[in-house]
Design a protein around this ligand. Sequence first.
Ligand SMILES: [Zn+2]
Length: 226
Amino acid sequence: MKKEIILGYEVERKKIKNINLRIYPDRRIYISAPLNLHTDYIENFIRSKKGWIDEVQKRLDNLPKSTELQYVTGEKLSYLGRLYELEVNNGNENRIYFNNEKFIMIIKEDIHELKKKIVEKWYFEKAKVLFPKIMDKYLNLLGERTEHLSIKKMKTRWGSCNHRKKYINLNLELVKKPIPCIEYVVLHEIAHLRHPNHSRDFYHHIEKYMPDYRQREKLLKEYRIY
Ligand SMILES: [Zn+2]
């Protein structure tokens, strides 16, 4: 197999009869051509497809990213490990409420950023009530105390702990996960107050208070942070 660049595209020479051109969802282009086909011929082929390539790539660029919500009726929002349908209606206010069956959003203007903000604020309000409750439960259980709890969006971690300052951060995204997972993260961070590293003692300490912590950790790993 041999690769060359023709008109800025990577072309792979293979034992095939015809030229193949594929565009992948990530807009990558794959071209393969017969081993001895003249370069001029491949150039002409690519030129003849140029308009089509541009068109397909443009369409791909405009597609919503799979993880990004559009906030339209019928879409699903996660909350405490379950998915609930979203219903979007026009009205005289901007708000969202949850009736234990679905999310109902009322908006004055159909603006993506606005809808995103309404949903995130709702999640934040819920986290602000729930997370401290779980924290208190485990702080009492372990006989520990913290100076500060903050809830914020984090890209790569579910939580963090500054054991010297006794600060704990929890990822807002946790509010979308099942409560047993939130409890595990809370206990994990509280356990860091005593054991800053992920030592064997650290996990023994956790296990004392949560014998099924491995299952909860596994369940959490099935959810991606995005
Ligand atoms: Zn840790």
